[in-house]
Design a protein around this ligand. Structure first.
Ligand SMILES: Cc1ncc(COP(=O)(O)O)c(C=O)c1O
Length: 469
């Protein structure tokens, strides 16, 4: 058979061409980032039409990079500006540019970090990042964990580890305990892990939206004596709705007394531990069996960066490890963490660099300053709004979320619409105890005092202009 000819359309750009492509993308990125402060906080007018423009078959022949980027420009613009300083909705983060550089480098070198032997130093970088995060949470040196794509996957992995550690193979008698304020991802995780709906016990919260340990203990006792197998309690270290921190030491003590795995969902709140005021509020988290963290929230990284920490990495290995013949010769890294043995994933991105490079470039101090600023900004917004008679503040911010309702009747949705319509900030709402509640979540590294002031001013102006009910 004649030797196959190489394709005449190679996928490898030669160096000058590669540099030209990189330069074009770099120019696009710089332009996008420079635009952020001046862009509206959201703009989805006509977004459907832009979206429809992407419904097409794949091109048989490629296009110029300039043409491709030109098409992306409106697609990026027509969105909630989640990267911008005015984004105070849901849980922001911003996305530090250094992480994008890390992704670029990681994808370009495209090494495999799933098993240590394939890239020992790169796997070490990722393990080191995990060790840093563990130590920042007060975990001992033998702790470990994995990087995930986000809090939902971290919660799922924690639940599966707890199930394997505390329940028999036939686990359907198992029950787990969450609060009324626990993130939906935990309920989803229980369902995905094979638990029936009745296995998820919902513990009521107090006036400050914190799980009530007294009720929790009663529920565990009743379930245990009723022949069920309580195995896991999930405490919130910063709820999504209001940033409430459950009584971590009390819940942990109950878990210990009854032999339950204690998991802390610190996806939103965990990184506040980097500053003394936050560490005080999160005291006790270091005793938990596992902790979910979302660097794409409190460390301001781009979406797709989560972490699960465990005090005992063997628990992850027991839940996820296994043997595959085709990997038999690359398992020489035994002892060091082969990430594939600790998680559901095998091939995946080198996400460790996304954390490592920004921390190397900026140093932890830069992150600590940002985190302290967010606590202060939320406190300031609360102080500025609390004397407004048309608003009812639900609580002092426990972390960086300010939640409030409109008085006397419920015109919250209209207030939200009007504030957001100005385009300077973008807030979101939630339901608490059946009430419509607005919230300001200050977490982006691009959000500073000027933007929070704009939010407060818009809220005060617009609530006074609302038609009286
Ligand atoms: C407390 C909490 N847990 C879990 C999650 C889910 O995280 P992710 O969106 O990264 O999957 C969130 C997301 O906002 C959260 O706030």
């Amino acid at each position: 058979m004649p030797e196959p000819r190489p394709p005449d359309r190679p996928l490898e750009p030669v160096s000058a061409e590669l540099r030209r492509l990189i330069d074009a993308c770099a120019a696009f990125v710089v332009e996008q980032i420079d635009l952020l402060p001046t862009l509206p906080s959201w703009d989805v007018a006509d977004a459907e039409r832009v979206a429809a423009g992407f419904v097409e078959p794949p091109p048989e022949d490629g296009h110029a990079i300039a043409t491709i980027l030109e098409r992306l420009r409106p697609a990026v613009a027509k969105s909630f500006n989640t990267a911008g300083p005015g984004y105070l909705a849901f849980i922001p983060g911003g996305g530090v540019p250094a992480a994008a550089l890390a992704d670029f480098v990681a994808c370009a070198v495209n090494r495999f970090v799933g098993v240590v032997a394939a890239a020992p130093a790169l796997a070490r970088i990722e393990a080191q990042v995990i060790a840093w995060l563990a130590s920042l949470m007060g975990y001992p040196p033998e702790a470990g964990g994995i990087l995930t794509t986000g809090g939902s996957l971290s919660n799922l992995t924690a639940l599966v580890a707890a199930r394997a550690d505390r329940l028999p193979e036939d686990f359907l008698k198992g029950t787990l305990y969450i609060s009324e304020e626990t993130h939906l991802s935990v309920i989803k995780a229980a369902r995905i892990a094979g638990f029936p709906e009745r296995a998820v016990r919902v513990v009521p919260v107090d006036r400050r939206c914190r799980m009530r340990p007294d009720v929790l203990e009663g529920m565990i006792r009743d379930d245990g004596s009723g022949g069920l197998a309580p195995f896991l309690v999930v405490a919130n270290a910063g709820t999504t709705n209001t940033g409430a921190v459950d009584p971590l030491p009390e819940i942990h003590a109950i878990a210990r007394r009854h032999g339950l795995w204690a998991h802390a969902d610190a996806a939103y709140g965990g990184f506040f531990r980097l500053v003394p005021a936050g560490a005080e509020r999160l005291a006790g988290i270091e005793a938990y069996d596992s902790i979910t963290l979302d660097p794409h929230k409190g460390l301001f990284l781009p979406y797709g960066t989560g972490c699960l920490l465990v005090r005992d990495p063997e628990t992850l290995r027991r839940a996820h490890g296994g043997r595959a013949g085709y990997l038999q010769d690359v398992r020489i890294g035994e002892g060091a963490a082969n990430f594939t043995d600790l998680s559901p994933e095998l091939s995946r991105d080198f996400r460790g660099l996304r954390l490592w490079l920004p921390i190397q470039l900026h140093g932890l101090r830069a992150f600590r300053q940002q985190i302290q600023e967010k606590l202060d900004l939320a406190r300031g917004a609360y102080d500025d709004l609390k004397d407004e008679p048309l608003l009812e503040m639900l609580d002092e911010p426990q972390l960086s979320i300010v939640a409030f309702a409109v008085r006397p009747d419920d015109r919250g949705a209209e207030l939200l619409r009007r504030v957001n319509a100005k385009g300077r900030v973008f807030l979101s709402s939630t339901t608490l105890g059946g009430r419509y509640v607005l919230r300001i979540c200050v977490l982006s590294f691009r959000t500073h005092a000027d933007r929070v002031r704009d939010a407060v001013t818009a809220i005060k102006d617009e609530v006074r202009r609302l038609p009286q009910g």
